[in-house]
Design a protein around this ligand. Structure first.
Ligand code: HEM
Length: 406
């Protein structure tokens, strides 16, 4: 069956972005464009110094907390570091006190995941009984104003620095200013300001919340499972040693880390239902007839907890289950598809996984982690907050101790 994301109960900027846009020439061009400037392996490499710098700053701040024997809000710190990396990649700056970008994105995730009665009883849409349309419009307006300001600032900044260090918004704006001479020019996608806002919004939502939430769950499981934490530290000691920092080039040598990340996604897929898809043709699967244009929701959360696939210890965080199989995250193994599968699968997987693995590696290598105030393992609150993604309900608190030799 060919699938493509269908409309959610809302759409931020119509079908002008990438993630909620129907399959067709526009989606193909935009996806290609994003691949060149953001997702390709060379871009993952290009952003290595940025990741190194931002995660390095986090390590330094944790070292200070360790010296002061402080308990830290690990969830908040993880969201902050991914926020900085994502925003710097996309518009060249990290936090901007003029805008509450994180709040706006989290509101989109909340609204997107709210049960919307209009999806089932369309005529109720006129009444907006749950106030979702009103909230979405307000959110859209704020985002629109914020992105317009950022775009204007990019256009006005003609400094040499900008010429040499173009961010993603610069690349998109160049497309407006260098529109093709001929409509048959296939190399250049014709876009306007609303397209740019929609694409940028999609990318930030797709990149920020997903990566940060993965890290939050990975650390929750590592803290709950000291055996796994210890084994990961042993792997890091063996591959990197205790005298130097982990580098991104070390990441591919860390096999146990790879299994820890897969196991995190099995139990905590960030997008539990992926993005809603739509069948593009009539089809029968396993005896079930699915009509063309049917909305299809894939329950990745349930697949990851199916004892028929994963055996009876399905609730246990047990990375070793990946030792004797070739299951990977690329979307070929349907028992584990946290990044989706096929042509609408996540194009930012390489980028996201590098941020996830590198951050875990650095923090587990540099620090021992304890629960605060003698808290017992079984008291770690593992409840989820339901939305488009499923982050932790409560922040994860922990106490770091520096463990490297220098
Ligand atoms: C590491 C954490 C990430 C996870 C778990 C994740 C997961 C997903 C999932 C489940 C989908 C929907 C796939 C489907 O419905 O079949 C998706 C789509 C998408 N992701 Fe990611 N993602 C991550 C990181 C990123 C990053 C870092 C970026 C960009 C910089 C990104 C950009 C996108 C885009 C643009 C789409 C929509 C693709 C389309 O509709 O063609 N993602 N992602």
């Amino acid at each position: 069956m060919l699938c493509l994301p269908a409309g959610l109960g809302f759409k931020s900027f119509g079908e002008k972005g990438i993630a909620l846009t129907q399959y067709g020439p526009y989606w193909r061009d935009i996806r290609k464009l994003c691949s060149v400037h953001l997702f390709s392996p060379s871009k993952v490499e290009f952003y290595a110094p940025l990741r190194r710098q931002e995660v390095g700053l986090l390590v330094e701040s944790l070292k200070r907390s360790a010296t002061a024997h402080e308990v830290v809000d690990l969830s908040m710190l993880l969201y902050d570091v991914i926020e900085s990396i994502t925003f710097k990649m996309i518009w060249g700056r990290s936090k901007d006190d003029r805008f509450d970008m994180k709040g706006l994105i989290q509101e989109v995730a909340r609204l997107g995941g709210t049960f919307n009665i209009t999806d089932y009883v369309a005529w109720l849409g006129t009444f907006d009984l749950q106030g979702l349309t009103r909230s979405m419009k307000k959110n859209n307006k704020e985002m629109d104003e914020m992105l317009e300001t950022i775009m204007v600032e990019h256009e006005q900044d003609t400094s040499k620095k900008r010429e040499h260090h173009k961010d993603f918004i610069d690349h998109l704006l160049a497309l407006i200013h260098d529109q093709p001479n001929s409509p048959h020019d296939e190399e250049i996608v014709v876009i306007d300001r609303t397209n740019i806002k929609a694409i940028v919004m999609d990318l930030i939502i797709a990149a920020f919340e997903t990566t940060a939430t993965t890290l939050d769950w990975a650390f929750s499981e590592l803290l709950r499972n000291p055996r796994v934490m210890k084994k990961l530290q042993q792997e890091l000691e063996k591959v990197v040693g205790l005298n130097k920092m982990v580098e991104q080039s070390d990441v591919e040598k860390l096999n146990y880390l790879d299994m820890v990340v897969k196991e995190t996604y099995r139990l905590h897929p960030v997008a539990p239902f992926l993005i809603p898809h739509e069948s593009t043709e009539d089809i029968t699967i396993n005896g079930y007839y699915i009509k063309k244009n049917t909305r299809v929701i894939v329950n990745v959360w349930a697949i990851g907890r199916d004892p028929k696939t994963w055996s009876e210890n399905v609730e246990e965080f047990y990375p070793e289950r990946f030792i004797d199989n070739n299951i990977d995250l690329k979307g070929h193994d349907f028992e584990l598809i946290p990044f989706g599968s096929g042509r609408r699968g996540c194009p930012g997987m390489l980028l996201g996984l590098m941020s996830v693995k590198y951050t875990i590696a650095r923090l587990v290598h540099c620090f021992n982690w304890e629960l605060p105030n003698g808290m017992k393992l079984e008291h770690i609150d593992m409840n989820e907050k339901f939305g488009l993604s499923i982050p932790r309900l409560k922040h994860l608190l922990a106490k770091p101790t520096y463990r490297l030799v220098h």
